[in-house]
Design a binder for this molecule. Structure first.
Ligand code: PLP
Length: 447
């Protein structure tokens, strides 16, 4: 069966995520028959280096033997059981291991099945905590400009990427949006730290004025991924933690994309030495095998819900597949792989190599910035007069097509070309990735 065969059947029956399906009249969709390590292979035998970890989920390669074997073994024992009133070893062990790895003081784990669901849970828990404490007026959430927290209505509401949000605006909660510390906006000569501190003033002012109605601030620590891999300095998180303590507001760290080593530390919050009140995890949690998410929180927040039934203070939230045994097993197997070798140290060398291999783009008139936090490296394309390319030109898609023709899956976010590869990428593969990105950017910015 060829690509063409599957393409035709696909287009007759499927509706794909985050896609204008009409684009597939000229942009062929690619049916994949198998994955191995960083490689994907289609039905015509072409291969693609998965430079974006299949939407940032894969950590240790496609079809990783260890994870696959653990899931298969678990599937023959117990695939799933209701998690209300019942429990099982994978869910318990995973909760124990996550609380040991997370910043100290995050002692409770609540499971769900997607990143968006985790964000919904953190928002509801925060609001509900204050309600249980007699502070019903805390109903507002604060988020950063350019932020992204998922696409169900609650998660979408606290995001600020117009492409996803604007259409649904009449349906959404109204968050308080504060300018992001996104260092792409800093003045020439200004350091990341200086700019991030300067941008904190707006947050400080808002919290000072309106903390009595604010339940929580939600942020993506260090990298605003879907908003264009925009990055900032950890000092912003330090200041934010202090201010949230001072004003009695929760801090929700959405580590769904940046968790599990992406920024160089296991969790991005570690670089600021902070403990959030809620930490949302998903994506890399299962090494990219199965959908699972977790919200970690403090014991004292858990205790605010722990009362006699008649007080009606329990957190009555659930998803059918909460804490699925196969998903939890995939996550445990992924944590085994973190323990089996010094992944973070190896990644430091890989990050360095990724950066060195794109150094020649520093002087390119259409590359406005090359930025990096650990295993996330982004290159911002723009016009030679310093202005961004208009979105209608779809420069990113040119890089995408160039990549596919050269055995590489790059999926730029607008004008931003980025690498976020599985950690099993080797030196030779990094070199290929860089060569293809450089040539793709040359082609996409010509004219
Ligand atoms: C992907 C993502 C989400 C949403 O996760 P889904 O599993 O796609 O619902 C939330 N927050 C951040 C920061 C993300 O990158």
């Amino acid at each position: 069966m060829s690509n063409q065969h599957w393409r035709e059947r696909d287009l007759a029956a499927l509706w794909h995520p985050c896609s204008q399906m009409k684009d597939h009249e000229w942009l062929p969709m690619i049916p994949i028959r198998r994955g191995r390590g960083v490689w994907l292979e289609d039905y015509d035998g072409h291969r693609y280096l998965d430079a974006i970890s299949s939407w940032w989920v894969n950590l240790f390669g496609h079809a990783n033997e260890h994870v696959a074997a653990r899931i298969a073994e678990q599937a023959r024992e117990l695939e799933h059981v209701i998690l209300a009133g019942f429990s099982h070893a994978p869910a318990i062990e995973l909760a124990e291991r996550l609380t040991q790895l997370a910043p100290p003081g995050l002692e409770r784990v609540f499971y769900a099945d997607s990143g968006s669901a985790a964000v919904e849970i953190a928002l509801k828990m925060s609001f509900h905590y204050w309600l249980n404490q007699g502070q019903a007026e805390k109903t507002r959430f604060v988020c950063l400009s350019g932020s992204y927290h998922g696409e169900t209505l609650g998660a979408l509401a606290v995001g600020d990427v117009g492409l996803y949000r604007d259409t649904y605006k009449p349906l959404l909660l109204q968050p308080l949006v504060v300018p992001s510390p996104d260092c792409f906006e800093r003045e020439p000569g200004q350091s990341w730290a200086e700019f991030s501190v300067e941008r904190f003033r707006d947050m400080e002012k808002l919290l000072a004025e309106r903390h009595s109605e604010i339940a929580a601030v939600i942020v993506e620590p260090l990298v605003q991924c879907a908003g264009g891999m925009r990055m900032y300095h950890p000092v912003y998180l330090e200041r934010l933690r202090q201010a949230c303590d001072r004003y009695g507001v929760h801090l929700i760290a959405d580590e769904i994309a940046v968790g599990f080593g992406r920024t160089g530390t296991l969790f991005a919050c570690e670089q600021a030495g902070i403990r959030p009140d809620f930490m949302c995890l998903s994506k890399g949690l299962t090494g990219g095998f199965l959908p699972l998410s977790a919200v970690l929180t403090r014991e004292s927040i858990y205790q605010a819900f722990y009362h006699d039934y008649e007080q009606l203070k329990a957190f009555m939230h659930s998803h059918s597949y909460t804490g699925n045994a196969l998903c939890c097993t995939a996550a445990l197997a992924t944590l085994d792989l973190f323990e089996a070798s010094d992944v973070l140290a190896d990644n430091r060398l890989k990050s360095k190599r990724m950066r060195e291999r794109v150094a020649e783009l520093e002087d390119h008139p259409n590359v406005h910035e090359i930025r990096q936090h650990g295993m996330i490296l982004a290159m911002e394309m723009g016009r030679s007069d310093g202005q961004p390319y208009p979105w209608e030109e779809r420069r990113g898609i040119r890089v995408y097509r160039y990549g596919l023709e050269h055995e590489t899956l790059l999926r730029p976010l607008g004008n931003v070309v980025y690498f976020m590869p599985p950690y099993v990428i080797n030196d030779e593969e990094i070199d290929q990735l860089a060569r293809v990105a450089i040539e793709g950017i040359h082609q996409a910015t010509r004219d």
